[in-house]
Design a protein around this ligand. Structure first.
Ligand code: FE2
Length: 284
């Protein structure tokens, strides 16, 4: 099965080379229908960038290997386990994988300790692995930081917000674009962090083609945030039980707010949706 996947990715890459002068974005589906945030970008000349990476280390490693086995940049929105576990596990044993740079917004002790003890422990372990990865350049980002990789531009629009307790509102928000398309990754940003971003000088950058829905599409940013951002399509990093708010009792019978957010999108006239539980998404 893995070999078939690698072959398909390889053929798809070859088809894109030279014919399409824009980067490719993949939204990876969870292999076990669990929550997670995982995106891979491939530039026109084959540079690979990972956004978060979710839980599925083996699946993601296979995906990266199929693209050449080298990661130019790995961006971590925040150190919740559904965002950084794959990278954390890979750092324990890189097993031939080359990672050049990791970009994140490093949390201080007070913010780390604002979450439960298990999350704090996982975060400190992740940071320790980063500190010990001497072959990897680790960049602690600030709002407004920009970098460019093979014609693809990256800009940090939001970083840690230690005055707001909890990790989600400290998600590093990153805009990615070239001259063909743009994407904004919101991580798990919530209401307060979203409002702070709207009130910041970076609100002017909140325009994109593809918007990653905050916090897997539920209980993230509020309706006002989505009404303010100009975007065309939604990226939903959501397992089916989150997307449909169905934890066993049927559509929209759980306590999640995803269907409410889906209805906001209908009101906004957004009709283009890419949902991770419906399969691997590729956008060129
Ligand atoms: Fe998350």
């Amino acid at each position: 099965m893995k070999k078939i996947l690698f072959a398909i990715i390889g053929i798809m890459c070859l088809m894109s080379c030279g014919s399409n002068k824009t980067f490719t974005l993949w939204q990876l589906e969870s292999q076990i229908n669990t929550i997670g945030n995982s995106y891979v970008i491939r530039t026109v000349n084959g540079k690979v960038i990972v956004m978060d990476g979710g839980y599925d280390k083996d699946y993601l490693r296979g995906f990266i290997d199929a693209l050449g086995g080298e990661v130019e940049a790995w961006i971590i929105s925040h150190p919740h386990d559904d965002h950084m576990t794959a990278l954390s596990k890979m750092l324990e044993n890189l097993n031939g994988l080359k990672i050049s740079k990791v970009y994140h917004s490093r949390f201080h002790d007070e913010l780390i300790d604002s979450e439960d003890a298990n999350t704090a422990e996982l975060t400190r372990k992740f940071y320790s692995l980063l500190d010990n990865a001497t072959d990897i350049e680790v960049i602690d980002c600030n709002c407004g930081d920009e970098f460019e990789i093979d014609g693809v531009n990256f800009k940090v629009l939001s970083e840690k917000n230690p005055e707001i307790r909890g990790y989600n509102d400290s998600s590093m928000v990153v805009k990615v674009w070239d001259n063909k398309k743009s994407i904004i990754f919101l991580g798990d940003l919530a209401v307060k962090g979203g409002q702070k971003l709207l009130d910041s000088e970076y609100a002017k950058d909140l325009e994109c083609d593809y918007l990653q829905m905050a916090h897997h599409g539920q209980d993230g940013c509020d309706k006002h945030f989505y009404e303010t951002v100009k975007f065309r399509a939604c990226l939903w990093p959501s397992p089916s039980w989150v997307y449909n708010n169905d934890q066993g009792g049927g559509f929209n019978t759980g306590r999640l707010k995803t269907v409410e957010v889906r209805n906001w999108m209908k009101e906004l006239g957004i009709t283009e949706h890419y949902v991770s539980c419906e399969g691997l998404v590729r956008i060129d």
